[in-house]
Design a protein around this ligand. Structure first.
Ligand code: AMO
Length: 445
């Protein structure tokens, strides 16, 4: 038997102020090494910090020019106050004057295939993705995924405070939830199965259990087009909520959650926000507009006639976002009442406006980041709607039993994590907000 003590040394935070003029030992990887006549600046990357350390070549056990970038080292030195301008560093008010270095694991390469020590990672997008284990170590890449991680965590925390229970639904499924051709088929012990396009069916089933649920998980879309807003696998932030009055309840919940996310980013990611030079949006009101009205505004204000279209064209999304920012002072715009034929079968039709649905999209900085809406909740309504759409009800029996057992009025939404992250971080392509993007040409790394 071996008893292991709970060791506070596993904590990664250092109180630099309390350690001023004292010696500490800190382990990390060499982010950057600038060897100069007198010694070197060694930038150490630890789980918590990107720290400047200073080596005096006459007072060190290893000559600085023998060190390799991306090696793991343990550094012992004195904590000194400093004023450093480099935005990639955190903290910038302290540095370490090195006394000794121990190489724990040297990088195998003298020269790395991408230069992660430069301010900008100047590589082609494909190279950036091919070399992901290395390029993700660049400060800007690290900042993007700290932001994504904070968004996903606060999504759950904010919903937890509102009484939502986190669920984990299967990704190997027997039927597609969203319709359309963008579904991956696979062999499941001789049967046809699919990769889940969304947790739609399961989150609805779970409303009957917990009333309010959420999930943060990958979903799969067999998009055959290589666009700047589509991934074949993305992280979907989903929620589903029972006992709603109407779908505006969902819009209110999403606005509250996004407000919490934006506030959390301001408080926890100040360093990343500064490094990426980005602005976090403010939410002080909720602006909604009907789908039909968007077509009218685009026609009247921009002389583009999309009025016969049953969906919003990317150009319209862009123009209406600009219009909203300028005229209504909001970067977030909820477009409501989409046409029935463009919404999945589970969407509730608007009783006051046949042909249109009790659903919405959220547009943010020119892009759709969310789809949501109220669902049907009565078994017979499902059978009627699916039959009218030519769907085989028998294929959906295990889902439809939910509604036989009784379900409250409910609705929910799906928010694409990469789309939200890329719009917050000002990225040109949603793939840049995916750690290991999957597109029509890419399955590695
Ligand atoms: P939808 O299919 O509109 O709705 O997806 C919801 C949100 O997911 C994101 N998204 C994508 N992100 C990256 N690549 C893609 N290929 C991609 N496709 C969608 C977008 C989109 O707004 N079940 C419904 C949601 C609901 O009603 O609860 C659904 O999945 O941000």
């Amino acid at each position: 038997m071996q008893e292991i003590q709970l060791d506070e040394k596993i904590l990664s935070k250092i109180d630099f102020k309390a350690n001023e003029e004292k010696d500490i030992t800190i382990t990390g990887m060499i982010q950057n090494l600038r060897v100069l006549g007198w010694g070197a600046f060694l930038i150490l990357r630890t789980p918590e910090y990107t720290l400047q350390t200073i080596i005096d070549k006459n007072n060190i056990n290893i000559p600085p020019d023998e060190l390799l970038v991306e090696s793991t080292v343990s550094i012992t030195g004195t904590v000194k106050p400093a004023t450093i301008k480099d935005k990639a560093l955190n903290p910038r008010d302290y540095e370490i004057h090195v006394k000794s270095i121990e190489i724990i694991a040297a990088s195998a390469l003298k020269e790395l295939p991408a230069d992660t020590t430069k301010k900008e990672l100047n590589v082609h997008l494909d190279t950036k993705f091919d070399l992901r284990p290395l390029t993700l170590r660049h400060p800007r890449e690290r900042a993007i995924f700290r932001i994504a991680s904070t968004i996903a965590r606060e999504f759950g925390d904010a919903l937890g405070r509102l009484g939502f229970t986190q669920i984990y639904s299967p990704k190997l499924v027997a039927s597609g939830a969203e319709g359309g051709a963008n579904i991956f088929k696979m062999d499941y012990f001789g049967r046809e199965a699919y990769l889940a396009q969304s947790p739609q069916f399961y989150k609805q089933m779970m409303v009957g259990v917990y009333g309010r649920v959420f999930e943060v998980a990958p979903v799969f879309r067999a998009e055959k087009h290589d666009t700047s807003r589509h991934l074949n696998e993305y992280i979907s932030l989903d929620l589903e909520m029972g006992y709603i009055k109407d779908f505006y309840d969902l819009i209110k919940v999403e606005s509250l959650v996004l407000k919490s996310i934006f506030e959390k980013l301001e408080s926890n990611c100040a360093h990343e926000i500064e490094l990426l030079d980005i602005e976090i949006p403010k939410i002080d009101k909720i602006v909604t507009i009907k789908f039909k009205e968007v077509h009218e505004i685009i026609f009247n204000e921009f002389k583009k006639d999309y009025r016969a279209e049953k969906d919003l064209a990317p150009e319209e999304e862009k123009l209406i976002c600009q219009y909203s920012k300028e005229n209504w002072g909001s970067e977030l715009l909820f477009v409501t009442h989409y046409p029935s034929e463009k919404r999945p079968f589970y969407t509730l039709d608007d009783p006051d406006d046949p042909g249109y649905t009790c659903s919405f999209d959220l547009l943010f900085r020119n892009v759709e980041i969310t789809t949501g809406g109220q669902r049907l909740h009565v078994y017979d309504d499902y059978v009627k709607k699916m039959t009218s759409l030519g769907m085989n009800v028998n294929n959906f029996e295990s889902y439809l039993q939910t509604f036989k057992f009784g379900m409250p009025p409910h609705g929910g939404l799906g928010l694409g994590l990469e789309r939200l992250t890329s719009q917050i971080c000002g990225l040109a392509n949603v793939k840049e907000a995916s750690l290991f993007p999957r597109d029509i040409n890419r399955l590695e790394p």
